[in-house]
Design a protein around this ligand. Structure first.
Ligand code: THG
Length: 280
């Protein structure tokens, strides 16, 4: 299955059998004080710096999240999108819990964006699926619903199926739904990663859909996060992860290595390309 995202004239194809597409996570104020302070000053210079460094590190898509306490993201998200659009031709993943901010950003973004995110709650599906249809966007469906987060992979699969069914009913194409199996901190729950991996395996095998996840979530609260994230990334890709949201400066090498090992990188072209870029 192919999910196609578009910038202004660029196009990224996410195939459910790989190779892996990287959604750069760094435009996100979580733990980035400088991003909050520059945005508060009305400057997008740092946003653009983060966009450029992630593109250099092989990001294929950029996640854009400008949410922090007290912000009006109905104004700020579209403004950030316009600033990025002005300089870079890359598909965007619009990351906000506020459907009004998502819609405002879709109005100005052009291309074909990814909405981050819809979940299985009635309120979420009812508000966001019509917006995705209207603007021709793809969606990320988080495998949680009105009953909260389940630790049963079969139940997460059932939520993925529910979101897919409802999206298709709303007029969205099947291939424009990407599933997030929910990656959570393994420091808080020893089985967290196992549950996520099994969910990935089920969604890949039974539904053949594209799969994303916030790949650095799992290492919150632990030291040596990079090695944990890389190990989890490889296993997730083996099971069917195709478009992680991650820091490309830290994860591209592991992603390209895994694709090569899985026979998806003839003559190691993409592995070597990244090696050359990072060792320049
Ligand atoms: N699923 C979906 N969307 C998501 C997430 C998900 N969006 C947000 C988040 N999770 C993924 N994005 C981030 C962004 C930053 C960090 C983690 C996840 C992060 N930042 C560093 C830190 O906390 O130490 C700071 C910056 C750095 O060193 O790179 O970890 O799960 N659909």
């Amino acid at each position: 299955m192919n999910t196609i995202l578009q910038g202004i004239s660029s196009e990224v194809v996410i195939n459910s059998n790989g190779p892996v597409v990287i959604i750069g996570e760094c435009i996100n104020p979580t733990r980035r004080k400088k991003l909050v302070s520059t945005l508060q000053e009305g400057s997008f210079d740092y946003v653009l710096e983060l966009a450029e460094s992630q593109i250099k590190a092989m990001a294929d898509v950029l996640d854009v999240n400008v949410g922090f306490p007290g912000v009006d993201d109905v104004k700020l998200l579209p403004a950030a999108v316009l600033a990025i659009r002005d300089k870079f031709d890359i598909p965007l993943c619009l990351d906000s819990p506020n459907p009004k901010a998502i819609e405002a950003a879709l109005k100005v973004a052009g291309g074909k964006c990814l909405i981050n995110s819809v979940n299985g709650e009635e309120k979420s599906m009812n508000s966001l699926l019509p917006i995705a249809k209207e603007y021709g966007a793809a969606i990320i469906g988080l495998t949680m619903d009105d009953d909260g987060i389940t630790h049963d992979p079969e139940k997460r699969l059932a939520i993925a199926e529910k979101i897919l069914k409802r999206a298709v009913k709303a007029g969205i194409k099947e291939e424009d739904v990407i599933i997030d199996p929910l990656a959570m901190a393994v420091s808080a729950d020893p089985m967290a990663c196992v549950v996520t991996l099994e969910t990935i395996r089920l969604v890949h095998q039974k539904l053949g859909m594209n799969i994303t996840q916030g790949a650095s979530n799992i290492s919150f609260g632990l030291p040596d996060r990079e090695i944990l994230n890389a190990a989890f990334m490889s296993l997730s890709i083996l099971y069917g992860l195709t478009c992680p949201i991650a820091n490309p400066e830290k994860i591209t090498a592991a992603v390209r290595a895994t694709d090569l090992i899985m026979g998806r990188d003839d003559y190691a072209v993409r592995f070597l390309e990244n090696f050359q870029v990072t060792n320049r």
